[in-house]
Design a protein around this ligand. Structure first.
Ligand SMILES: *[C@@H]1O[C@H](CO)[C@@H](O)[C@H](O)[C@H]1NC(C)=O
Ligand SMILES: *[C@@H]1O[C@H](CO)[C@@H](O)[C@H](O)[C@H]1NC(C)=O
Ligand SMILES: *[C@@H]1O[C@H](CO)[C@@H](O)[C@H](O)[C@H]1NC(C)=O
Ligand SMILES: *[C@@H]1O[C@H](CO)[C@@H](O)[C@H](O)[C@H]1NC(C)=O
Ligand SMILES: *[C@@H]1O[C@H](CO)[C@@H](O)[C@H](O)[C@H]1NC(C)=O
Length: 595
């Protein structure tokens, strides 16, 4: 990599047409000319995961689906963005990107930012005022977009603001005193009160727009209901979780989901409200991670009260790099709002505050996770117990992309039994131009289980995903029968940072319960793994997505994975391995300026 300095000169100008007397386009101080030194592009930029062209990115924000025209259904993603540096800092803007298939992302100009260069437009959500309750809209109702976000002012006081837009590109504010719409009522806590998410709430005659906000260091989630318009939000009862989950709560997100097996005691309700909470710092998985609860809203003397069904939150992802999960807002009809949706989709920030500020990427920092669809299912958390759980499936519209080619999985690269001491070496793609660092794979592992403990010799299986230019760089992934656990070892890299950074845990493990098969043959137990590798990120979905693990990793430039060695030092496995390179047309591995 050559490291001369490139000076980027950008002026963000947010001024434009004025919409009417009471309304103005979000007004910003024109930032001083941004003069930031960025080096040349590092070659580990993911291909189908969103990354900003340059600068710093953290939480996903304001995600919504524009489905006013089905054929041009567009997904909008906003994100916490500092274009002036590759570390977090003020002013923080809402960056913006769109996609029609969740793999080809197009970055747009930032949507808005704070009026003050020392302030931040912090995380939040978008919702759609399809009834024009606000009275702010003139056009097509499916695009009546309102952004709810936290204004972190120069004194670090946090309040909740609303801006609006009819296209998702240009946002407006009401000229008259209006914002903030929600403030903390206790001055001791005004600096830690953030990340509003708004959903449409409909339960019998209870109707309105429900906002969840984190009272971060009080370990509470506050709820506010707007019944008639969006200027008055009535505080409902706070949710206070018992016990210690970590130092701060952030980014609450609510989703109303159908319960697919309501006959199962004690989960007999028709639907649940899933509440996602992101914990940082101090999450037990190390640093930052996303958790969730199932519950419902009770009406207590006219106040909504979130009543958890599951006493303790469950992790949504067991990896090191999955934070601030946010759901796409979709317009839903009354039946779906009352009964809950079959599934919702969303994505997370694929990084961890423990080390995010120094990861070896340039001139940008951080990618988003792959979008995923989550739905309620039942999970065998032990051979005897079946608990309520969220299931995640990768959510990409692969057939809608004409620049990516995905593997078809018609043939296995390997399908055989593998006994202790055996190994096999595979090449995923023999066409050099297809080796771009992006792979999709599916593994099925059958293990001969035993209850003959006198002769117990639990098996061990490893997959070495090797760089095609330098096989000494590899990701090691595998399974240990005695531990009922999978592991990922991301330490085998020649990038010095990987081994020097004390928080970039090099080995990550995950206990996975085997799938319950209809006809267990010969005491065999089975695991499925569906994986995606995209240059510096690996995402693993175990057993139809009941457990997932998202982790970044870093190899030297262009040493993309294409070879796999499967080894067993002892045990008796049947392994099926299918994999293919995901290829992209017209890759540009060079520095690209944002217009
Ligand atoms: C980036 O690479 C180009 C082409 O190799 C080179 O001319 C330029 O000096 C490099 N700039 C930086 C910042 O390394
Ligand atoms: C939305 O409400 C405002 C205020 O009542 C009204 O002026 C406007 O025409 C409405 N928009 C539509 C599309 O009906
Ligand atoms: C509703 O909750 C708010 C906030 O906790 C509280 O101030 C208010 O008194 C409650 N109202 C009722 C009717 O319980
Ligand atoms: C709807 O409201 C009723 C009455 O308060 C409550 O029992 C029920 O749990 C609520 N439904 C959900 C999904 O929260
Ligand atoms: C609401 O949407 C669901 C799912 O798309 C559909 O099955 C149902 O018919 C719709 N109901 C109404 C009243 O439009």
């Amino acid at each position: 990599m050559k490291l001369t300095l490139v000076f980027i000169l950008i002026t963000y100008t947010f001024c434009g047409i004025i919409k009417g007397n009471d309304v103005e386009e979000c007004e910003y101080e024109e930032y001083d000319t941004l003069t930031t030194a960025f080096s040349n592009e590092t070659l580990n930029r993911p291909l189908f995961h969103f990354t900003p062209k340059f600068g710093w990115m953290n939480d996903p924000n304001g995600m919504w689906i524009d489905s006013s025209v089905e054929s041009t259904k567009t997904y909008h993603l906003y994100f916490q963005y500092n274009p002036r540096d590759t570390v977090w800092g003020m002013p923080l803007l809402w960056g913006h990107a769109i996609t029609t298939n969740l793999v080809d992302w197009e970055e747009q100009k930032p949507a808005f930012g704070p009026d003050d260069g020392k302030a931040g437009a912090y995380s939040g959500s978008c919702f759609i005022d399809d009834e024009n309750k606000s009275g702010w809209f003139e056009g097509e109702s499916n695009n009546n977009l309102i952004a709810a976000y936290t204004y972190n002012d120069k004194d670090w006081v946090e309040t909740q603001y609303l801006y609006f837009s009819d296209d998702g590109d240009t946002f407006y504010k009401i000229k008259e005193a209006f914002n903030p719409v929600v403030e903390h009522d206790n001055e001791d806590f005004v600096k830690q009160f953030r990340d509003p998410q708004v959903v449409k709430y409909l339960n019998g005659t209870r109707k309105g727009y429900l906002m969840s906000v984190a009272k971060s260091q009080e370990y509470k989630i506050a709820f506010y209901l707007a019944r008639t318009d969006f200027t008055s939000w009535e505080e409902q009862n706070n949710l206070e979780l018992e016990g210690f989950l970590g130092f701060q709560y952030e980014c609450p997100n609510l989703a109303h989901l159908k319960n697919p097996n309501k006959q199962k005691e004690p989960y007999t309700e028709n639907s649940y409200w899933v509440l996602f909470i992101s914990i940082n710092p101090g999450s037990i998985t190390g640093g930052s991670s996303t958790w969730y609860l199932f519950g419902h809203f009770d009406d207590q003397d006219g106040n909504l009260t979130y009543v958890p069904k599951t006493k303790y939150p469950a992790p949504l992802d067991y990896g090191k790099d999955f934070y601030a999960m946010q759901i796409f807002y979709e317009v839903r009809n009354e039946t779906q709002l009352q009964e809950g949706a079959e599934s919702v989709s969303g994505l997370a920030w694929a990084s961890n505050w423990q080390y995010t500020g120094s990861v070896p990427t340039d001139p940008w920092r951080s990618s988003m996770s792959l979008p995923r669809k989550v739905s309620i299912g039942y999970f065998n958390s032990s051979p005897e117990t079946n608990i309520l759980y969220l299931k995640s499936e990768p959510f990409i519209e692969r057939s809608k992309s004409d620049i990516f080619t995905f593997p078809t999985f018609s043939d296995s690269l390997y399908s055989n039994s593998l006994k202790g001491g055996e190994s096999t070496s595979l090449t995923i793609d023999s066409t050099e131009s297809n080796i771009q660092g992006a792979i999709e794979f599916k593994i099925t592992i059958k293990v001969l289980n035993t209850d003959d403990f006198d002769n117990y010799n639990p098996g061990h299986l490893d997959f070495y995903f090797k760089g095609h230019k330098d096989p000494e760089e590899y990701l090691r992934f595998g399974y240990e029968q005695g531990a009922t656990a999978f592991y990922l070892d991301r330490s085998h890299s020649k990038v010095p940072w990987v081994n020097e950074n004390p928080y970039f845990s090099d080995k990550i493990s995950l206990n996975v319960m085997p799938k319950v098969t209809e006809n267990p043959v010969d005491k065999q137990i089975e695991y499925d793994v569906h994986g995606f590798i995209d240059r510096n990120i690996i995402e693993l979905f175990f057993n139809e997505g009941y457990q997932t693990s998202t982790n970044t990793f870093f190899f030297t430039g262009e040493n993309f994975i294409n070879d796999v060695e499967i080894k067993s030092d002892h045990g008796n496995f049947t392994v099926k391995f299918k994999a293919g390179q995901i290829t992209k047309k017209n890759i540009i591995n060079r520095f690209v300026f944002l217009n």
